[in-house]
Design a protein around this ligand. Structure first.
Ligand SMILES: Nc1ncnc2c1ncn2[C@@H]1O[C@H](COP(=O)(O)OP(=O)(O)OP(=O)(O)O)[C@@H](O)[C@H]1O
Length: 233
């Protein structure tokens, strides 16, 4: 389980997360919703340790978060385009390989990476260059790479914002399936309440750096976006 307790983040003198409590259980896909600027990415970055927190704690399975505990997937898919899908997935294992072996991936890692690619439905594209795959396929390779990291927590920041509706649906379904089948704790920042409703087990809504709703994905979320829709005074 991923647990954020009382997490505060400041940029300069400006507080953007005001003591946020969020938990994600193993086997659960949590969607984080909120208007632009509400603090979703900051929450994810604080959970991953990419942005320092001014207060609060982040734990994974009750322990202080370790460097290999969290795998990340972003909207901008950071694959090495000239390398094969398989090599990109192997890179997920880098954190647990001895440094001198990092340039040539051992067979056991290649086999595990192939299993991860199979898990996301892309085993048949393993030897294609990542850059030759569609956006949706590339995002699935990025998810496979995260799987190959063997982290218990997967954080995804707007993982489907650059994808067409069919690919977005497929990637969200994949994230839900991985949460349920692999018992991962998955947190996805989303801009599409409908996708959250269809695929998430729970939603958290942020407004101005505070959690203002936390619960069933079928609950109304329109209030999160009201201020964003109001005309400027
Ligand atoms: N590196 C930074 N330096 C200063 N302020 C920042 C920085 N990153 C984010 N902020 C501010 O923190 C607030 C929350 O930003 P954040 O990116 O977390 O929101 P968000 O909900 O993810 O927004 P969006 O939906 O637009 O991606 C915003 O007011 C933003 O301007």
């Amino acid at each position: 389980m991923l647990a954020l307790r009382g997490v505060r983040v400041q940029y300069g003198s400006r507080a953007v997360l005001h003591g946020v409590d969020v938990t994600v259980s193993a086997g659960e896909l949590l969607a984080v919703l909120g208007a632009n600027g509400s603090g979703k990415s900051t929450l994810l970055r604080a959970a991953a340790g990419l942005t320092p927190a001014a207060g609060g704690t982040v734990t994974v399975d009750g322990r202080r978060r370790g460097p290999l505990d969290i795998a990340l997937v972003f909207q901008q898919i950071h694959l090495v385009r000239r390398r094969s899908a398989l090599e990109n997935v192997c890179a997920g294992a880098l954190g647990r390989l001895p440094l001198h072996r990092s340039l040539v991936f051992p067979r056991v890692v290649r086999e595990e990476a192939m299993a991860c690619l199979d898990r996301v439905g892309l085993a048949d594209r393993a030897h294609d260059r990542a850059g030759s795959l569609s956006g949706g396929q590339q995002q699935r390779v990025a998810v496979a790479r995260a799987l190959c990291q063997r982290a218990p927590v997967l954080l995804a920041d707007e993982p489907v914002s650059a994808l067409d509706p069919a690919a977005a649906e497929q990637v969200l379904a994949l994230l839900a399936e991985l949460a349920h089948d692999e018992q991962l704790a998955v947190l996805a920042v989303l801009h599409q309440p409908d996708l959250a409703r269809r695929h998430a087990d729970r939603i958290v809504g942020l407004r101005d750096g505070r959690v203002v709703l936390d619960g069933d994905p079928s609950q109304p979320v329109e209030s999160l976006y009201v201020s964003a829709l109001e005309p400027a005074p």
